[in-house]
Design a protein. Sequence first.
Length: 148
Amino acid sequence: MPYKAISDIGEFGLINRLSKLVEPTLAETPELLKGIGDDCAVFRLSDQTLQVATTDLLAEQVHFDLLTTPLGHLGSKCISVNVSDICAMNALPDYALVSLAVPPSFSVDMIEEIYTGMSRAASGYGLAIAGGDTSASRSGLVITVSMT
């Protein structure tokens, strides 16, 4: 049987297929009110409290081009796209976790410039960058932001 290309089914077709694979685990978590297929997951923490969580990945040459995107603007964008998803669910963001996969050509100053943009955006939205992860990348900058 030939493999089906993602381009044949598109992003939403892929999401639909993946959601069917994890469906059994969703049935075991009744506190999860909204899962795969929306901008955010929504789950019940208590009778009075709901939690909203989202994540976005931005990959160099897919979501941004470093030849035309100032690093501070890129940092701001990384925060803003997640804030948009949180607000679309009628919630307000509290915390962000930032993960970077950085190519060897990047300097410390370049990463600090990205974080300066993130910090400015986070401050403007009233949220805190609470942590994250770093790794090396062999093929370009990748930034993932998760937010609650």
